[in-house]
Ligand binder design. Structure first.
Ligand SMILES: O=C(O)C1=C[C@@H](OP(=O)(O)O)[C@@H](O)[C@H](O)C1
Ligand SMILES: C=C(OP(=O)(O)O)C(=O)O
Length: 411
């Protein structure tokens, strides 16, 4: 199913959109709730990734297929590995079988876990036989994916002796590690992160705790882009807070430079996005190592605004749902952009023209579809395989239509 997009966003009326809970927070809380049933959750994510993880947690023996959900793959590897009695074959989509997991598997094996590779060394599918783990110290390369570290932190409170994790190298996607620690603390588990050492203490039983998950800032990014590209749109989004534990809330300051003002309504847990006055810069230079999921949105916004940008810190993009650097370059070029990439940088030249009527390929990547959609404010375009959005945001097209963009589904 493809979607043809056209039209300007509503300028008079203020569109109101309610995004569901953060996928990252939901996935962490599911793993914690499976160990500590005293946790209850509100505003749970409606993403495919979170429902696939939720279903997997009820399985103790047999095959588990988590499709495209990277976070679920990494978190479940650690979860099953430390669960005595679990006998699991953990697999995923073709792309998942190309996304590395060797660093996490080696760390777990060093702790005493029983995990083996079924096809290729270092990649899913995995055979996991859950075991009681007594070791409590591990060193891990922190430069590939923060998900490996979060996975270890999330199961650490169930280990008899807790866990000390020593991070080697400069950590990538650091706010996600901090999010994991914040949630552990919120539910009553003790943890410390200082310098390159994370220590999580064992916990047997927790008091009841109810967590109302903040909505997903990564999903909000597409509406920031829409406002940046529109003449005078105003969009209200719930349920967002000023003090977020999601690193992607950096959107507020990043999009200030791109002409979007965020107003927080604390008592209603809402934000309003509107156009700010003032001149846009000619160019944007950003390191996105802390917020990799925003890279596609920001690159497309800059292109739509006719700005140049230099985005660095992107080495993790190559091992996500697709090679996002290559995918971005391919699709931006079709629209007329001049884009250069290397292993961790994207450089976009400023250009005033956008080729109309282009069909954007999405490479099984939800963020390719959603990042290009706001360009509809500037030109008619088609997004191929529009259903990919359900990985993180199943209602995306419905919500986009609320802003006034015309969405016609074909095929
Ligand atoms: O822990 C998480 O919830 C995530 C961590 C990030 O991955 P990396 O640490 O692999 O960059 C991010 O890109 C992903 O969408 C979600
Ligand atoms: C990279 C992402 O997810 P995951 O790694 O969990 O597949 C994402 O949602 O952009």
């Amino acid at each position: 199913m493809n979607v043809r997009l056209s039209g300007d966003v509503i300028s008079e009326k203020n569109a109101t959109i309610s995004i569901t809970g953060s996928k990252s927070e939901s996935n962490r809380l599911l793993i914690l709730q499976a160990q500590f049933p005293q946790i209850t959750i509100e505003n749970f994510s409606e993403s495919d990734d979170s429902s696939v993880l939720k279903n997997a947690l009820s399985v103790e023996t047999g095959d588990v297929d988590i499709h495209h959900a990277g976070t679920a793959m990494r978190f479940l590897t650690a979860y099953y590995a430390i669960k005595p009695g679990a006998e699991i074959i953990l697999t995923g989509s073709e792309r998942m079988q190309e996304r590395p997991i060797g660093t996490l598997v080696s760390a777990l094996r060093n702790l005493g876990a029983d995990i083996s590779y079924i096809k290729n060394e270092g990649f899913p599918p995995l055979k996991i036989s859950g075991k009681k783990i007594e070791e409590n110290e591990i060193t891990i390369d922190a430069g590939i994916s923060s998900q490996y570290i979060s996975a270890l932190m999330l199961v650490a409170p169930s280990l008899q002796n807790g866990l000390k994790i020593f991070l080697k190298g400069t950590p990538t996607s650091l706010p996600y590690i901090e999010m994991t620690l914040s949630l552990l603390k919120k539910v009553g588990i003790t943890g410390i992160f200082s310098e390159n050492k994370i220590e999580i203490f064992p916990s047997e039983k927790l008091k009841h705790v109810n967590i109302n998950i903040e909505s997903d800032w990564s999903s909000a990014s597409y509406f920031y882009s829409l406002v940046a590209l529109s003449k005078n749109a105003e969009i209200t989004l719930s349920n967002f807070r000023e003090n977020s534990i999601q690193g992607d809330s950096a959107l507020v300051s990043i999009y200030e430079s791109l002409g979007v003002k965020t107003t927080f309504y604390a008592s209603e847990n809402k934000i309003k996005l509107s156009k700010s006055k003032g001149q846009l810069p000619d160019s944007l230079i950003l390191n996105l190592a802390d917020t990799p999921d925003l890279a596609q949105t920001i690159a497309v916004t800059c292109f739509g605004l006719g700005m140049s940008c230099s985005l660095s810190g992107l080495k993790t993009l190559k091992i996500k749902e697709t090679d996002r650097l290559v995918a971005l370059q391919n699709e931006l070029q079709k629209l007329g952009a001049v884009v250069k990439i290397d292993d961790e940088t994207l450089f976009l030249e400023s250009s005033k023209k956008i080729v109309a009527g282009i069909a954007i390929e999405t490479y099984n990547d939800h963020r390719m579809a959603m990042a290009f959609a706001p360009l509809a404010v500037k030109t008619e375009l088609i997004i191929n395989n529009a259903e990919v959005v359900s990985k993180s945001y199943p209602d995306f097209w419905k919500d986009l239509a609320k802003t006034g963009i015309k969405c016609s589904f074909e095929g």
